[in-house]
Each structure stands twice: as structure tokens, then as C-alpha cells.
Design a protein around this ligand. Structure first.
Ligand SMILES: [Zn+2]
Ligand SMILES: [Zn+2]
Length: 349
């Protein structure tokens, strides 16, 4: 079968590899849609700390498909069934796992990092993923493409929960990439009075407007602080989400928050330079809450599927390209160019 692989310390490659064999407690999924994530791109560019030198891995973790084979000891799944899989698998035993937050498990494992991922034709699903509820039947209303996108969507649901948006809040989102736009969708659903989106690329801001942003600001061509304060009658934004890995954006968010504002650093900073400078009195005098999230849990994944099935959200505007797996090299080049939004690979044509 065809697979997009990465070798630690080496390179990205599209190659033929054997179809994985499954154990009696595992499932084999025929991948129908698998989207390229920033994590895949970071692995290709910088490797991953969990990989040994020379170790080869099939990339990818945002995916959906049909059950191709079911191990003899697996119950509750059948061949041909449509499934989506939440890709972070906890140990199942620590406090975080027991509380349903496998994404916070100190010992979690994930597709495309700890074991072979999904940018291929068939993906082996470990027994631990099945027993912990990571493998979910897809509602018939949810397409394979949507189910692949449900993975980043579930992470943003996690972020949106952390923001505690209240009815009538003004929400400011930094970054109009796929993650920023998913935050936009959820902020509107959560009862925000107005959503302001900021980005340095006008084309991205146009897309945000088409997706319902009430105001868009390009800080390269207008004074962001002035604009936010004038839109909020001098108070600042009630909720601020940073969906871009930019130091100055994180620093500036404190100045743009209203009293009792909530700031969510959804996007992390590069590991080698994670520090920012802030005026901590802004947190003190304005009673700010500063938070951040990483990944999403099975419950967030499930919530995403329910929202998609209800047709209350439409994720298709965040997709900028769909490629057959045979053109994965081109698809990755496009994704690395920085010009693309979400790109979906279709292994089954
Ligand atoms: Zn991802
Ligand atoms: Zn755990």
C-alpha cells in the first residue's frame, strides 16, 4: 500500500509498504480521508522527540474510514462500518485518563508519532484505542472529509470551552488560518455578540468575513489596538484567542483584554524560544484569566461529531485542496508553502 512516511533525521517519502497485520484486539481501518496537520509539517521539518534516529513512521492522525478487518476479540464493530478515530490514546489509568482527558495523560500515545499514522491506505488501530472509546461510529450525516477535520475541530472545542464565552461577549481571534476560523465558528455558536479576526494576510481575512466574522483587522495596514478599543467602546475584548505562534501577539493580548477577560493561548510558541514579556499588572488590575489548551479528548471529539451531524456547523470553507494519496508529495509542498488552508488526502481515490 502507498504511504507518506518520515524517517527521523531524514526525509519525507511516498512509498510502498506492507498492509499492517492486526492482532486479535485490533481493527484495520481503510482510510477514506486524512487531513494534513501542522504537526505533520513540524515532524517533516524538525523531526519528533519521541522518534529514535533512523526510525520510520507513517505520518498523519486526522482521519476517517471504514472498518476493513476486526480482530477476533473485538466487540461492537463490524466490517464496512464508517468510523472516525480520536487519535490521542491515554494510558487509561492515570487521573487525567479517568477524568476523560487522555490528551493530558503524561503517557499518551498518538497515531503518526508513537505508531504508524494515517496518510496511507490502511491504518492499524491499537486495542487500547478501541477499549478506551477512541473509535467512534460516524453519524450518516457526517462525511469522511468532515470526520477527518473533526480532529482539529475537537481540539478547538477544547479551546472554546477554556475561553468560557458568555452571551454578548466580544471575542478577538488572532490568526485566520484553519484553527482561527474554527474558533470563529464556535465563538458565534457560543453566543458572542461580535467576533473580531486579525491576520496579516488580507485573503485570509476575506475568508473570515465570508465565514461570519463581524470585523476583520490587518495590523499591517491599520492600528490594531485603536481598532479593537473603538469596536469595544474602550473596554477591550472579553475573550482573546491566539491561534498563531507569534510572541508579539501573545504579549499584545494582555493590553487588548477587557476587565475579567479570558485569554487563551491556543497556539504554542517554538520550543527553543517560548518566553514572552508581559505587564503582569494588567492581569492583576483587570482580573484576567490566562489559559491554554493542547489537543482534545474523546468527549471533545464526540461533541464535534454531534455538531457536524446537526448541520449547525460547516467546516468545508477551511479546506483549500483535496488530493489523491498518490499526489501526497505535491499536497505536502502546498501545505508547507503557507498559502494553503486545510488539505485532505484521499487514499481510496
Ligand atoms: Zn492535527
Ligand atoms: Zn493516562
Amino acid at each position: 500500500m502507498l504511504a507518506a512516511t518520515y524517517t527521523q533525521g531524514g526525509h519525507f517519502q511516498l512509498e510502498d509498504i506492507p498492509v499492517p497485520k492486526i492482532q486479535e484486539d485490533e481493527i484495520l481501518v481503510r482510510v477514506r480521508a486524512t487531513s494534513i496537520c501542522g504537526t505533520d509539517l513540524r515532524i517533516i521539518q524538525h523531526g519528533h522527540r519521541k522518534l529514535q534516529p533512523g526510525q520510520k513512521i507513517v505520518l498523519g492522525h486526522e482521519f476517517s474510514g471504514t472498518v476493513e478487518a476486526v480482530g477476533s476479540r473485538v466487540r461492537g464493530y463490524k466490517v464496512g462500518q464508517r468510523v472516525g478515530v480520536a487519535p490521542n490514546i491515554g494510558c487509561g489509568q492515570c487521573d487525567q485518563c479517568v477524568e476523560g482527558r487522555a490528551n493530558m495523560c503524561p503517557d499518551y500515545s498518538a497515531f503518526g508519532i508513537n505508531f504508524d499514522g494515517t496518510h496511507t491506505e490502511f491504518a492499524r488501530v491499537p486495542g487500547s484505542a478501541i477499549s478506551q472509546g477512541n473509535v467512534m461510529a460516524l453519524p450518516e450525516e457526517v462525511s469522511f472529509d468532515e470526520a477527518a477535520l473533526n480532529e482539529p475541530f475537537s481540539c478547538v472545542i477544547n479551546g472554546n470551552d477554556a475561553c468560557r464565552i458568555k452571551l454578548g461577549d466580544t471575542v478577538l481571534i488572532f490568526g485566520a488560518g484553519p484553527i482561527g476560523l474554527l474558533h470563529l465558528i464556535l465563538a458565534k455558536l457560543s453566543g458572542a455578540k461580535a467576533v473580531i479576526v486579525s491576520d496579516v494576510i488580507d485573503e485570509k481575512l476575506d475568508r473570515a468575513t465570508r465565514m461570519g466574522a463581524d470585523h476583520v483587522i490587518n495590523p499591517k495596514t491599520s492600528n490594531l489596538k485603536k481598532a479593537v478599543l473603538s469596536l469595544t467602546h474602550g473596554e477591550g475584548a472579553n475573550v482573546i484567542v491566539t491561534a498563531c505562534p507569534v510572541h508579539s501577539v501573545q504579549e499584545q493580548s494582555f493590553e487588548l483584554a477587557a476587565s475579567f477577560g479570558r485569554i487563551c493561548f491556543f497556539g504554542g510558541l517554538p520550543h527553543e524560544r517560548p518566553k514572552i514579556t508581559i505587564n503582569s499588572n494588567l492581569i492583576h488590575y483587570r482580573n484576567l484569566i490566562v489559559t491554554g489548551v493542547t489537543g482534545g479528548s474523546n468527549m471533545h471529539y464526540r461533541a464535534g461529531l454531534k455538531l457536524l451531524a446537526s448541520r449547525k456547523v460547516d467546516l468545508t470553507p477551511i479546506v483549500s485542496g483535496t488530493y489523491p494519496l498518490s499526489r501526497a508529495t505535491e499536497a505536502f509542498q502546498m501545505a508547507l508553502s503557507g498559502r494553503a488552508m486545510k488539505i485532505i488526502l484521499k487514499p481510496s481515490g
